[in-house]
Ligand binder design. Structure first.
Ligand code: PMP
Length: 428
C-alpha cells in the first residue's frame, strides 16, 4: 500500500513528525486521483476542506461492511447483528480515542457537523437558554455554527453577539474579552476557519470563556482531519466533526460532549433506539450516547470511518499537520509573489491551516475556478458557507485551495501556473 511506502520510505524516522511525508506517493491509495481530469492531465484536487477523497481501504471497508457484517445494530439476538453492533461500537471507541475523549460514552454519532451543532442548540439550548441570556459566536463561523444560534436566540429571546475579525483574519481578542465580560452562557467558535484557514488558540480562549462562566462548543470540522486534536487537552465542553472531511464516508459525523452535560440534556429526536422503555403513557430515555441516536444509524459508514481513522493514525496526525504546513508555506509564498493576487487570513504558518483563500484583481472567483477546472484543478469558489466573512472583507467571494494528505508541491506548482494562465486570459 502506498501509505506504508510513504510512511516508511519517505519518512524513515518516525520520531521526526516535523518532516511530514510524500503526499505524491500516497495518491496511489486514492482511486479517484488516478482518473484523469477533463483536460486529460492528472487531477489536482484542492477542495478537501469541502470534502476529502477516500483511500481504497475506506472504500473497501464500506463494501466489506455490506458484504460481510451488515445487520441492524443494538437489536438482533443473532450473531450477524451482534457482529455489526460490535463493529459499530468499535467505531465509537476509535473516534473517542482519535479525539482524546475521556470516554466513548461521550461520543454521539450524527450525520455531520451541522447536525451535531443543531443537536446542542436544540437539546442543550432549549433546556438552558432563557430570554435575556447571551450567546457568543464569531464572524468567522461556517453557517452551521451560526444559523442554529440565531434560531435559538430568536426562539428563546436570548441575545446573540459575535466576536469580530482583525484585518488579517484572526479573532479580535479585545472584542472577545468585552463580550465575555457580559457573562455569556455559551461561546461557539471554530478551531479552524474553512473560509480563511485561521487556526484559533482554543486553549487560551476556552480558559477565558470558562473564567467568564460560559460553556464552549468547538467546531472541529476543519481541525480533526488535519492536526492532532484532543478535546480533553483543549478543555472544551462540546466538539463536532464530520467523517467525510477526514477520508471517511459522508453521512456520519460525531458530537462529543462532557458526560454530565449530555446526561442532563433532553433528547434531540425521539423514536426507536433512543428509549429504554415505552408505554402508551410515556417513555424512559436510553443512556447516553444512545439517547441521542434515534432510528437506525449510519452502520456501514461507521465501520468505514474506522478505516479512515486507521489510515490517519498510520500516517500520524503530527505528520499530517507538518505536511500541510509545508504545503501552506509553499502555496502562500508562490501565490503572494503573483501580482494582483490578494491572500486572506494570517500569514503566520503557525496560525494558518492548509487552506488558502484568495482573490485576484479583475477576475471573479467563479471565473478563476472555471479556468482552473479547465486546467484540471479542482478548487472551491464562493462564500464557503461563511457569508459574514465575505461581508467583513467587502468581497463577493473567494477562490479557495485546500490541501490534504495526497497533495504535494507539484500541486502548488500546477495551481500557480494555472492562476498565471487565468490572469493572461483575462488580461487579453
Ligand atoms: N464547520 C466548518 C468549519 C466546516 O468547514 C463545515 C463544512 N464545510 C461545517 C461546519 C459543516 O460540515 P457538514 O457540512 O459536514 O455538516
Amino acid at each position: 500500500m502506498a501509505l506504508q511506502q510513504a510512511v516508511e520510505t519517505a519518512v524513515p524516522d518516525r520520531r521526526r513528525p516535523e518532516r511530514g511525508f510524500d503526499g505524491a506517493a500516497l495518491r496511489a491509495d486514492f482511486p479517484i486521483l488516478a482518473e484523469p481530469a477533463r483536460n486529460g492531465q492528472r487531477l489536482v484536487y484542492l477542495d478537501s476542506a469541502a470534502s476529502s477523497q477516500k483511500p481504497r481501504s475506506v472504500i473497501d471497508a464500506l463494501s466489506d461492511a455490506y458484504e460481510h457484517h451488515y445487520a441492524n445494530v443494538h437489536r438482533g439476538i443473532y450473531q450477524l447483528s451482534e457482529d455489526a453492533t460490535e463493529r459499530f461500537e468499535e467505531a465509537r471507541r476509535r473516534v473517542a480515542r482519535f479525539i482524546g475523549a475521556p470516554s466513548e460514552r461521550e461520543v454521539v454519532f450524527v450525520r455531520n457537523a451541522t447536525e451535531a451543532i443543531n443537536l446542542v442548540a436544540f437539546a442543550w439550548g432549549r433546556a438552558n437558554v432563557r430570554a435575556g441570556d447571551l450567546i457568543v459566536s464569531t464572524e468567522m463561523e461556517h453557517h452551521a455554527n451560526l444559523v442554529p444560534w440565531q434560531q435559538l436566540a430568536a426562539e428563546t429571546g436570548a441575545t446573540l453577539e459575535y466576536v469580530h475579525l482583525t484585518d488579517d483574519g484572526r479573532l479580535d481578542r479585545d472584542d472577545l474579552a468585552r463580550l465575555l465580560a457580559r457573562g455569556p452562557k455559551l461561546l461557539a467558535f471554530a478551531h479552524v476557519s474553512n473560509a480563511l484557514g485561521t487556526i484559533n488558540p482554543v486553549v487560551e480562549i476556552t480558559r477565558q470563556a470558562h473564567a467568564a462562566g460560559a460553556l464552549v462548543l468547538l467546531d472541529a470540522a476543519q481541525s480533526v482531519p488535519h492536526m492532532p486534536v484532543s478535546v480533553g487537552e483543549l478543555g472544551v465542553d462540546f466538539a463536532v466533526l464530520s467523517g467525510h472531511k477526514m477520508l471517511g464516508p459522508s453521512g456520519i459525523g460525531a458530537l462529543w460532549g462532557r458526560r454530565e452535560l449530555l446526561d442532563a440534556m433532553p433528547p434531540f429526536m425521539t423514536g426507536g433506539n433512543m428509549i429504554r422503555r415505552v408505554t402508551l403513557e410515556g417513555t424512559e430515555w436510553n443512556e447516553v450516547p444512545w439517547k441521542f441516536e434515534a432510528g437506525t444509524p449510519a452502520i456501514a459508514e461507521a465501520m468505514a470511518l474506522t478505516a479512515a481513522i486507521d489510515y490517519l493514525e498510520a500516517l500520524g496526525m503530527d505528520r499530517v499537520r507538518a505536511h500541510e504546513r509545508s504545503l501552506f508555506e509553499a502555496g502562500w509564498a508562490a501565490l503572494s509573489s503573483l501580482e494582483g493576487v490578494q491572500l486572506l487570513g494570517p500569514a503566520d504558518p503557525d496560525l494558518h491551516a492548509g487552506v488558502i483563500s484568495f482573490v485576484i484583481d479583475g477576475i471573479h472567483p467563479h471565473d478563476v475556478a472555471t479556468v482552473l477546472d479547465s486546467e484540471g484543478i479542482a478548487v472551491r469558489a464562493g462564500h464557503h458557507c461563511a457569508q459574514p466573512v465575505m461581508l467583513r472583507y467587502d468581497i463577493p467571494a473567494t477562490t479557495r485551495a485546500s490541501f490534504y494528505v495526497y497533495n504535494a508541491p507539484d500541486d502548488v506548482d500546477r495551481l500557480t501556473d494555472a492562476i498565471r494562465a487565468a490572469q493572461r486570459l483575462f488580461a487579453g
